[in-house]
Structures are given as C-alpha cells and as structure tokens.
Ligand binder design. Structure first.
Ligand code: G3I
Length: 359
C-alpha cells in the first residue's frame, strides 16, 4: 500500500504541466544550456544551481502522512521547522522544555541529507504565555528578561550545535513603517537586544550562520533602509551576523517586486550571505490556469534572483503543498500558495522552478 502510494506520488510529480504553463515564466526546462538534461526534481536542481532547496516542515504531517514525508525527503535539501523550534513550542512552561517535535524534525533531516535552518530564536510572536504574562504583570523585570533571553538562546542553539546550518536569530524586528518594532524586547531591553542575541547565538554555536530575517524586505524601502542600518551597525561593532533572510511571502494580486535583485545585492555587498527563507505566492481564490501561470512566474523570478547572486545560498518555500499552508487561515479568500497542490501533484510553479538557470 505504502509503495503504491509512493508510486502514485512519483507519477503525479512526473506528469509534465501543459506546455502553456510555461508561457511567460521565462523558464523552459527543455532549453537547458548547461548541456545536460534538465533537472528531474528539486534535489537535482539544487545540485545544478548550487543553491539549497528548502521547505518548511509541518511536524504533524511529517509524523502522520507517509506521502508528505516521502515527497519532503525526496525533493528538498534543506528544511525549516514551521513552528516546532519557536519559543512557545520548546518551553511552554518556564524551565520545562519540550524538544520532541524539534528533535524529530532535525533527526529526519539528518537521515535525509537535509541541512537545517533554525527558526527562530527571537520574535514578537509565538512567545510562551508565562513570558508575555510575566512581563505584563511586572513579575519579570528587564534584568530578568535579559537573563531569560540569554538562557533561551544558549540552550536552544547549544542543543542543536553542529546540526543547524543557519539560525534566524532575530525575526521581523523592523515594522512596516521602518520603525524598530515595538515588542517586549525593544521596550524592556532597548535596541541593544539585537547585538546581544547574535553574540549569544555565536557563543553557543560558532559555526552556525546567523541571520536577520524579515517579510516585505524584497520591496519595502522603509524596512530595507532600517534593516541596512541595523546590519551596518552590527558589522561596525563586530557583532557576528552572517546572513540576510528575505521571507518572500508574495501574492499575485500585487505587482511583482522588480527591485528585489538590487535590494538583495545591497545587502550582499555588505558581505552577508542571503537566503529566501519562506517563499510562497498566494492568490485570491478560485484558482485559474492564468493565476497558476502568474504564480509560476513569481516563483521563478524569486529563485532567479537567488541564482543571479553568488552570495544567495538557499531558497526555502514556506510549506511545499497546499494541503498544509498557513495562507488560508490568515488571508480570507486566499490560498493555493504552494508549488504542489493538496494531492501533492506538481503545479506549474514546480515545473517552472526546474527550468531556472544560474545567470
Ligand atoms: O498548536 C496550536 C494548537 O494546539 C491549537 O489547537 C490550534 C488552534 O488554533 O492552534 C495551534 O497553533 C497554531 C500554530 O500555527 C501551530 O499550528 C496557531 O494557532 C497559528 O497561529 C500558528 O500559525 C503560524 C504563524 O507563523 C504564527 O504567527 C503558522 O503555522 C506559521 O506558518 C507562521 O509562520 C510565520 C513565520 O514563523 C515567520 N514569518 C511569517 C510566517 C507566516 O505567518
């Protein structure tokens, strides 16, 4: 039964999208100029582009769905835990650590020759209630909060020392208007918390690549400017920051962010490596062939941006299947944001990605 299921999944992925699906994508797998045949899957594409091809992992699906697991492990060379490494997941009660889900994801990655992105050490969301409530009621003061943050980073990074290629050390610390995000970290600890977080992460794993990660950073100039300022400041202070993460949450109802290649270059010119860390391209439902073609175009342009920058090392999708995607739960009437559909069949975006070349 299991073999039959895997066979069906393989067949579904092997079925080419109609030729028209490539219209306007600028990516024709048949026109590979590298001499060889076009890559047959994302692992082969990863080898060809020398870019890690990643996906976020839903830990429940990983444990319970054989077809989900099979495709994840066959296609991807890099993974990010979608929720399992976040603070509320690993320390739901103060001092009580629950590593089972995160461990399972890391173990599965190791068995399947996948690198790991740790996500995320410091964020304003998905913090444990004991922490946010303690800060709100004053039982945790600033001095203690700093100690708690240090302990959290040393503990989590230390646990996965040598097993995580790159950490999203700080996530979404700049607001959409370009101001530093108002969070318990900024208000209680002041802006120095960012440098502290990087230093502690480096102390716990000196070989891990340490990233600042954000959404809308592909195009939002206010956010870009502030983030550039943060990076320059950290570099001037010799704080160990190594990477810039562009989340890449796009929607086809908005224009494609055409400046993304030059934005990425502005950061990599500072000596950072770059990654697209959470790519997905949502649409207003219902799905139509035209929308899928536009989605394929957006995906290929994002991957091409990475392929066009020698310092861009990773392209990770925020879930690879519409069966498990955060989008419908967050954007009313939107969905179908992933490269495979609910049945794990390849969408035009998947086939189009296979045609991306290094430029
Ligand atoms: O685990 C609980 C479960 O016990 C409960 O029964 C259920 C009922 O709602 O909720 C479950 O928690 C959900 C959690 O995902 C795990 O599935 C939360 O409600 C839900 O809000 C949470 O959403 C996650 C979201 O971050 C939170 O902000 C998404 O899955 C996750 O994809 C999303 O990921 C973020 C990145 O970390 C950072 N960048 C943006 C990206 C998309 O929002």
């Amino acid at each position: 039964m299991k073999r039959l299921l895997l066979g069906l999944v393989a067949m579904a992925l092997a079925v080419s999208a109609p030729a028209s699906a490539y219209a306007g994508t600028g990516a024709d797998p048949a026109a590979d100029r590298g001499g060889g045949r076009p890559p047959g899957d994302l692992r082969e594409l990863s080898q060809k582009l020398r870019i890690h091809m990643g996906s976020a992992v839903d830990v429940t699906a990983l444990a319970g769905e054989a077809d989900y697991r099979a495709v994840l492990n066959r296609e991807f060379t890099h993974i990010t835990a979608e929720n399992a490494m976040k603070w509320e997941s690993v320390e739901p009660q103060r001092g009580v650590y629950t590593w089972d889900d995160a461990d399972a994801i890391v173990r599965n990655a190791q068995r399947n020759r996948q690198n790991v992105r740790g996500h995320t050490l410091l964020w304003h969301n998905q913090l444990p209630a004991w922490l946010t409530e303690g800060v709100a009621d004053g039982s945790i003061d600033a001095k203690e909060l700093r100690k708690i943050l240090r302990e959290h980073i040393l503990t989590e990074v230390g646990r996965y020392r040598g097993k995580v290629r790159a950490w999203d050390v700080v996530n979404e610390v700049v607001d959409d208007d370009g101001a530093m995000r108002q969070s318990i970290w900024l208000t209680k600890l002041g802006p120095g918390y960012i440098a502290d977080a990087f230093r502690w992460a480096h102390q716990a794993d000196p070989h891990a690549k340490l990233y600042i990660n954000d959404y809308n950073l592909e195009w939002n100039t206010a956010k870009i400017d502030t983030t550039l300022g943060i990076v320059k400041d950290l570099k001037a202070k010799r704080v160990p920051i190594h990477g810039i993460g562009f989340q890449g949450h796009l929607g086809i109802q908005y224009d494609y962010p055409g400046d993304f290649p030059s934005v990425m270059r502005t950061f990599t010119d500072l000596g950072l490596e770059a990654a697209i860390t959470e790519a997905d391209v949502r649409m207003v439902l219902p799905v139509t062939p035209e929308k899928l073609a536009t989605q394929a175009d957006y995906y290929t342009r994002m991957l091409s941006t990475c392929a066009g920058n020698p310092r861009c090392v990773e392209f990770t999708v925020w879930g690879y299947t519409d069966r498990h995607s955060w989008v419908p739960g967050f954007f009313d009437g939107e969905g179908a944001a992933c490269i495979l559909d609910e049945n794990l069949a390849a969408k035009p975006a998947y086939r189009a990605l296979l045609g991306v070349r290094r430029t």
